[in-house]
Ligand binder design. Structure first.
Ligand SMILES: C[S@@+](CC[C@H](N)C(=O)[O-])C[C@H]1O[C@@H](n2cnc3c(N)ncnc32)[C@H](O)[C@@H]1O
Length: 353
């Protein structure tokens, strides 16, 4: 058989071609894996070498150390991708930060992408963007809506927390979904009604127990006495039977307030009473990085110790990452909207076929 030139061979595949921008440790890639959508991550881009090391070890050598502010439209075009996923830096928009929005240099990479996107000759058919809750009120978000609307994307957005997927974790995030072509009844509320619980206060949320390690040695995870006495009142304490834990941030294990919950390992009934009587007897420990990875939807095959990435680094990288299960459901709706997130043959075809 006559050998096809390289480009034609690429276009014979039925896989959705994906450009994973701000790829970190590959949360978007794992989310795609759990959709059953045939896909190929053509390139993953991140400026953090440690994140790239973890990504490349687990997901094949896709992650490249590139500064997004330096990538131009023709380079973006060259990837010929159907789907772009992006989780831009959230620090310019976080409620506990200064909320400097477009004035914060960390917003510049995304603003740059918004300038380059309209210049791309074959723009992606699908785009998924993730950021912190509150991003929707920023000037950056306004600019994002304008650019996507100007390019005739059908754009929907909303906030979701893993608890709406029965996962015992509060990590409310803003999601924006853009797709080419008009669709009747494609809206965020409909997606929530189809694949998420409308409220996260209801019943049916799993307990933390099923995410906990049982074989690990927890010695180095117990909270030291000094911290317990100085900052104990600021801790969010949960039990294995709890149906919630706070969002784990990049500062987990170092900062006390607002960086994530700690786990009671004693079996005292009332945390508050026992805390006042003898707080050390609660035997509080940090969640391990593996437990946090599980809560965030990463499979146990996801590795970092094997490549000598420390637990502290992993807390940081996981704190920056996404909830794989939530994003996976959203990706299904983005790629197969007319069947409520179920696979549909006609949509699998890449846009440039
Ligand atoms: C919110 S995290 C995204 C995490 C990712 N989705 C994951 O699952 O780990 C933002 C990522 O953007 C990267 N980043 C920030 N500025 C960048 C830039 N100018 N160019 C490339 N990557 C950048 C950071 O290193 C970080 O990994």
């Amino acid at each position: 058989m006559k050998e096809l030139p390289k480009t034609s061979m690429k276009r014979r595949t039925q896989n959705i071609r994906v450009l994973e921008l701000y790829s970190g440790i590959g949360g978007m890639h794992y989310a795609l894996k759990s959709t059953n959508i045939p896909f190929e991550v053509v390139c993953a881009i991140d400026i953090n070498p440690l994140a790239n090391t973890v990504y490349n070890h687990n997901l094949g050598n896709r992650a490249k150390h590139i500064d997004i502010t330096k990538v131009n439209a023709s380079e973006l075009d060259g990837y010929h991708c159907d789907l772009w996923t992006m989780s831009p830096s959230c620090q310019p928009y976080t409620r506990i930060g200064k909320q400097q929005d477009v004035q914060d240099p960390r917003s510049h990479a995304f603003l740059h992408l918004l300038e380059e996107l309209p210049k791309v000759e074959s723009p992606p058919k699908y785009i998924l963007i993730e950021n912190v809750q509150g991003f929707e009120n920023s000037i950056t978000a306004q600019k994002c809506r304008e650019v996507l609307k100007g390019m005739n994307y059908n754009f929907i957005e909303g906030n979701l927390t893993p608890k709406q997927s029965n996962i015992p974790n509060s990590r409310c995030r803003w999601y924006g979904l853009a797709r080419k072509g008009s669709l009747v009844n494609w809206n965020f509320e409909e997606i929530i009604a189809t694949s998420f619980k409308n409220s996260y206060k209801g019943e049916g949320i799993n307990t933390l127990e099923s995410f906990l390690e049982t074989q690990a040695s927890f010695e180095s995870y117990f909270l030291p006495e000094k911290l317990m006495f100085r900052y104990g009142h600021q801790l969010d304490i949960v039990k294995p039977t709890s149906t919630n834990c706070c969002c784990f941030t990049r500062g987990y294990g170092q900062l006390v307030q607002g960086s994530g919950s700690v786990l009671q390992t004693s079996d005292h009934e009332s945390i508050a009473d026992q805390f006042e009587k003898d707080r050390m007897s609660l035997r509080l420990r940090y969640f391990t990085a593996r437990e946090i990875a599980r809560i965030m939807g990463f499979p146990d095959s996801f590795q970092w110790k094997e490549i000598e990435i420390s637990e502290k680094t992993m807390y940081r990288l996981l704190g920056n990452s996404i909830n794989v299960n939530v994003v996976s459901r959203l990706l299904s709706h983005l790629l197969y909207p007319s069947t409520g997130g179920q696979e549909e043959e006609s949509i699998i075809k890449p846009s440039f076929y």
